[in-house]
Design a protein around this ligand. Structure first.
Ligand code: ATP
Length: 193
């Protein structure tokens, strides 16, 4: 999957609508300390469904919304739109929007979806908020120090099979529910005999 464009509005320090185009080749983002370079990487993770305060360097969910400065009032929402092209050539547009106090909503190609659907879209494309392709500061040292199980997770994400685990868990839980229903049905049928 190739990320082509990132649009941000009200996200962290990007209070005004901003657009980052990622052209073929190498793209570099340069700027003084604290200008928002890491916030761009966090925007990519966030639109892919990331919620972990550690990854997002935030305390609560609403902390990604522009918090205001001495000159500017805070915003009530943040929105990130990611345009990408899948390996099969299909265009993909993912939008995440959060309203203060009201949580997040996601859209894929204009259609409302659940957070889980967004995670699966990226997991199937061997990428996502935890993809080893997104390397934040200090991450290299963390990879070296990772336990075998954590390294295995990184390899599974890179291989694009992480989504299969989620589907397997879902299928197992449905199976359990069905078995319980079946047992109940057998009890009821025995009662009728
Ligand atoms: P460095 O080079 O030091 O790593 P950087 O360019 O990566 O810096 P970031 O860490 O991305 O910069 O940006 C930090 C800036 O974002 C800080 O100025 C911080 O005040 C601002 N910021 C973070 N969250 C918010 C928010 N919710 N509202 C407003 N500003 C925010």
């Amino acid at each position: 999957m190739l990320i082509r464009k990132l649009k941000l509005a009200g996200f962290k320090s990007f209070v005004e609508p901003s657009e980052l185009r990622i052209e073929p080749g190498l793209t570099g983002v340069v700027g003084p300390n604290g200008c928002g370079k890491s916030n761009l990487l966090e925007a990519i993770r966030w639109v892919m469904g990331e919620n972990s305060p550690k990854s997002m360097r935030s305390g609560g969910m609403d902390d990604v919304i522009f918090a205001g400065t001495a000159q500017r009032p805070p915003r009530d929402f943040a929105e990130v739109v990611l345009d990408a092209v899948r390996d099969d050539g299909e265009e993909l547009q993912v939008t995440r929007r959060i309203e203060r106090g009201a949580g997040s909503a996601y859209r894929v190609n204009g259609r409302d979806v659940r957070a889980k659907d967004v995670s699966l879209v990226f997991a199937d494309a061997a990428t996502g908020a935890h993809s080893p392709a997104l390397v934040s500061q200090g991450k290299i040292a963390a990879v070296i120090a990772a336990k075998p199980a954590e390294r295995r997770m990184m390899l599974e994400e890179a291989a694009g099979i992480a989504g299969l685990h989620v589907r397997r868990r879902d299928a197992e839980s449905k199976l359990k529910q069905t078995e319980a229903n079946l047992a109940r049905l057998e009890d009821l049928a025995a009662g009728l005999d």
